[in-house]
Design a protein around this ligand. Structure first.
Ligand code: 9WN
Length: 536
């Protein structure tokens, strides 16, 4: 991979507080020291990124004033000037004019969503900080401003719970409405976070170590070690928490307690587990008034049409599960005795396998020992992924029954990213991925196109997601399947280019964008792909 520029003239590095954390502990202990120092570069501001991306740098891109999150997609529209090549900023590769313009659009989205040292996923739909979003965002930001990218990751530690959990959402100080805000969680009744911020009571896929490695690649050795020393103690405690709290039976696989933890909220695998626990009132209302009555009650679909999001019945069921988690004080030993669906999610555990490898490497570079018990748990996860293998693919597992959940989705391919698929099985998986069942005209569907649950523009029920493409392509690179990986990346760039906007997801059938149209991780991963694998 070409070394990313650490001094792009588009967005030169902004000076940041680089105070190193305490020196690494000299003696191995059963657990890592905590709580780690949290970054002091600012608070989760709601607006006006004084020290944010390119704040001091005129780029010629006006900062947009929060337009609505959604405008109609125009499939087929491309930027002007295709065919010519634009001289690149120093250290960057030359891009055709239309892609250079698309990159500028992506940077504009990242800037508009920048809240200082966090980036909201989208201006109106998601006005706070999300765990795995920040990781994908940092992977893109490293090409623009590595220090800012590092701050994005360090700021996640502000939300860390005393037990080690890093929450899925860290609430920004904003009055912008979010449908599952602090009042739904009341986590302040259970604990105080490291940085005194409000958060949700569940986590999200552990992408931090991957993002940290990518950001580290864009830094000098000294900068990198300083960054890792600040990050590793908290990150290690997070991985320890995942095992201690979420794999108490030592199965090797971590168990999730809410579909929001998977990041794939309404994927059919999870919805099958979720639907049976719908609140009685929801069932009654649907019986009497159909879905319309429920649709009128929901508040997450004001900017995005409800048919691009999960159904109202499913949404109210997810709220019910949050209520039960709250009653259980978010403790797994209590939660496991409730009705809450419990899933050993294949994608989450695949991401964990890779994150563990990265954590070991960066802890070593920063001089922190990995506790022996944690290293053993990490090995157990890698081995336990075999238990999820079924008929040429991998499936999630019901924690209670031990049965595999019979719904293959895009998540089934993430073991390729983890690197746990035996080489003899890789081509078979690639063949499935490239078959029309998954790979429709405009890209890889998140649910097989022949599945009764498939809906091309509905959230995690069918659309193409840029982060999934990025993860699978990365895994295929490491398996030496460069052609397939490049095809996925090319396709990703094409679908974004054909819509002209940074949509949250895209229809695999006609390439139209859906969900938010100013979505940060689409923008950030596009910046990354264009920098690391420019189209030839
Ligand atoms: C709930 C922020 C998040 C992503 C998830 C995506 C969606 C939230 C929501 O948005 O979930 O966490 O309100 O729908 O499913 O992957 O992290 O972009």
């Amino acid at each position: 991979m070409p070394a990313p520029s650490s001094s792009s003239p588009v967005m030169p590095p902004v000076a940041r507080d680089a105070t190193p954390a305490a020196a690494p502990p000299g003696t191995p202990t059963g657990s890592t020291p905590g709580p780690p120092p949290v970054p002091t570069t600012g608070t989760n501001r709601s607006r006006g990124a004084a020290a944010g991306i390119g704040a001091a740098v005129p780029t010629g891109i006006p900062a947009p004033a929060d337009p609505p999150d959604v405008t109609p997609a125009t499939p087929g529209a491309t930027g002007a000037g295709a065919g010519t090549t634009v001289a690149p900023p120093a250290g960057e590769v030359a891009l055709p004019a239309d892609l250079a313009a698309l990159r500028e659009t992506a940077i504009g989205v990242l800037r508009a969503n920048d809240l200082g040292d966090i980036t909201r996923p989208s201006p109106t739909l998601y006005p706070h900080q999300w765990l795995w979003d920040s990781c994908f965002i940092a992977i893109g930001l490293r090409h623009l401003d590595p220090a800012r990218a590092a701050a994005e990751l360090l700021s996640l530690l502000r939300g860390q719970w005393p037990g080690g959990m890093i929450p899925h959402v860290i609430f920004a100080e904003t009055s912008d409405y979010y449908h599952a805000g602090p009042q739904r969680w009341r986590c302040d009744r259970v604990c105080t976070t490291a940085g005194g911020v409000q958060s949700t009571g569940v986590t999200q896929p552990p992408m931090i170590a991957e993002a940290a490695v990518r950001v580290g690649e864009a830094m000098s050795r000294d900068e990198r070690v300083t960054f890792y020393r600040r990050l590793v103690p908290g990150l290690m405690r997070f991985h320890e928490w995942l095992y201690r709290e979420r794999d108490p039976d030592d199965t090797g696989l971590v168990t999730l307690v809410h579909s929001w933890e998977s990041g794939m909220d309404n994927t059919p695998t999870w919805m099958e587990m979720t639907k049976p626990v719908a609140p009685r009132t929801v069932r009654a209302l649907r019986r009497i008034n159909g879905d319309d009555a429920l649709d009128a009650l929901r508040r997450d679909s004001k900017e995005v049409p409800p048919d691009e999001r999960l159904t109202s019945a499913d949404l109210f069921t997810l709220y019910r599960i949050v209520r039960e988690l709250r009653r259980s004080r978010y403790e797994f030993r209590t939660i496991r005795n409730t009705f809450v669906p419990l899933v050993q999610d294949v994608a989450f555990n695949a991401i964990l396998v890779r994150a563990n490898e990265h954590l070991v490497a960066i802890a070593e570079e920063a001089g922190f020992p990995v506790p022996r018990w944690l290293a053993r748990s990490m090995r157990r996860t890698r081995a336990a992924m075999n238990d999820l293998w079924s008929d040429g693919l991998y499936l999630s597992r019901d924690f209670r029954t031990g049965g595999l959940l019979p719904h293959p989705t895009i998540a089934s391919f993430l073991p390729l990213y983890a690197g746990v698929v035996p080489d003899s099985e890789v081509d078979g998986m690639v063949e499935q991925l490239m078959s029309p069942r998954y790979w429709a005209k405009y890209g890889i569907a998140s649910v097989p196109t022949d599945d009764p649950a498939f809906l091309p523009r509905c959230y995690w029920q069918g659309p193409v997601w840029v982060n999934m493409n990025w993860l699978i392509a990365d895994g295929l690179d490491r398996y030496g399947r460069r052609e397939a990986a490049d095809a996925i990346r090319r396709n990703t760039v094409d679908v974004i280019r054909s819509s002209g906007s940074m949509f949250e997801y895209y229809s695999p059938l006609d390439g139209s964008g859906a969900g938010s149209n100013r979505f940060s991780w689409t923008a950030a991963l596009l910046v990354d792909i264009l920098a690391t694998h420019p189209p030839r």
